[in-house]
Design a protein around this ligand. Structure first.
Ligand SMILES: [Zn+2]
Ligand SMILES: [Zn+2]
Ligand SMILES: [Zn+2]
Length: 367
């Protein structure tokens, strides 16, 4: 029984992960003293299958000072990755630079190897700071729609570019704003990481999307949005082909999602696919953040888009329905002063405000 099960597992994993054979070989002669460059490494939890970054080379937090490293007289030169041209004569409108203390580095191979039953690999990937606006006070909620649109276009371009690299399995874009959210730089920014694995939450969503599609042959996100629009209990606003709503089972009070109303798996196709205009998305993002800011200063924002499926030899090559079963979206997780257990007791999320109540307050906000 045990043998049969283990053989089956091996076959299944070989199909899903082409490099599995070499990992097995490595696992028998793995070198415990092996060290990856940069001091940090990725380790996989064999139970939940999620990757963590660990290492004893603790990164010093960027000291907070009055001077901005990205603009003004005290600006420090940063390694620019991409720049979008300025609006109305400015030098630039949105810009991507290498993170000054990057968690992931573009050079080399991940060097994935076994360590007995465990898996580890180097921190190969990319870590960029996306400067949303040349102005130090040009935030997504007070910038013009045209400026927010430039930022969204930059984000799409960076994802597209990094997905051409077959080592990169996923590109994350996120924003931490406010002290409570662990904001790193004063200048209006989001961050990007490209990783050789798909982060855990996205993997859950991808698997759930595929399972739903398997039985219903419909996209679960499209179905959720259709029901939300029909019921109108948790809808925040729609603008053109984009909608914002508070999810039925929020992880934190005032959690809000933005997604296209026409099905689309990949954010980076925004602006080039049939899905509506980026200007509508920019406007909806700006207005939703304005609403959130009437409740709290601090928030996390994350973009969930499809993983890198351009390279068929990768682990996702067998995933035939990915474009139909996944649907990109932005999640905004406000940080409100609620009872401490909502943030410390994460085994079960606890949200002391229902989405039906939250949406009323957010709808009333003056934007
Ligand atoms: Zn600045
Ligand atoms: Zn959909
Ligand atoms: Zn998501």
């Amino acid at each position: 029984m045990f043998l049969r099960k283990s053989t089956r597992t091996l076959v299944r994993m070989t199909a899903a992960e082409p490099n599995y054979q070499s990992q097995i070989t490595n696992s028998f002669d793995s070198h415990p003293a092996f060290c990856f460059p940069y001091g940090m490494e990725l380790r996989k939890d064999p139970i939940t299958r999620s990757w963590v970054i660990t290492g004893d080379d603790v990164i010093e937090p960027t000291p907070r000072s009055g001077a901005c490293r990205f603009c003004g007289p005290s600006a420090q030169p940063a390694q620019t990755v991409a720049t979008l041209p300025g609006l109305e004569g400015g030098a630039w409108s949105a810009r991507s630079v290498v993170h000054p203390h990057a968690l992931y580095h573009i050079e080399g191979e991940p060097g994935r190897r076994g360590d007995g039953l465990y898996d580890r690999m180097g921190t190969v990937g990319a870590h960029e700071v996306l400067l949303e606006n040349p102005r130090h006070d040009g935030h997504l909620w007070n910038a013009s729609d045209a400026e927010v649109e430039q930022f969204l276009r930059l984000a799409a371009q960076r994802i597209q570019d990094l997905k051409r690299d077959s080592r990169m399995k996923y590109v994350s874009i996120f924003k931490n704003y406010g002290v409570g959210a662990g904001q790193e730089f004063e200048h209006p920014n989001s961050q990007l990481t490209a990783t050789t694995f798909v982060p855990r939450r996205v993997l859950y969503e991808l698997r759930a999307g595929r399972d739903y599609f398997d039985t219903k042959e419909r996209c679960v996100f499209c179905d959720i949005l259709a029901q939300e629009e029909r019921q109108g209990l948790r809808m925040l606003e729609t603008r053109g082909d984009y909608a914002a709503f508070c999810p039925y089972a929020p992880r934190v009070p005032y959690e809000s999602w933005i997604l296209p109303r026409s099905h689309e798996s990949s954010f980076e196709r925004t602006g080039s696919s049939r899905v509506g205009s980026v200007a509508d998305l920019a406007s909806l993002l700006r207005r939703t953040l304005q609403r959130i800011r009437t409740v709290t200063e601090s928030f996390h924002l994350v973009l969930h888009t499809s993983p890198n499926s351009q390279h068929l030899s990768s682990a996702l090559g067998y995933w035939k329905t990915l474009d139909e079963d996944y649907h990109w979206h932005i999640e905004i997780l406000p940080i409100v002063d609620a009872k401490a257990k909502s943030y410390t007791f994460k085994e079960v999320y606890y949200s002391p405000v229902t989405s039906e109540t939250a949406v009323k307050r957010l709808r009333e906000a003056k934007v």
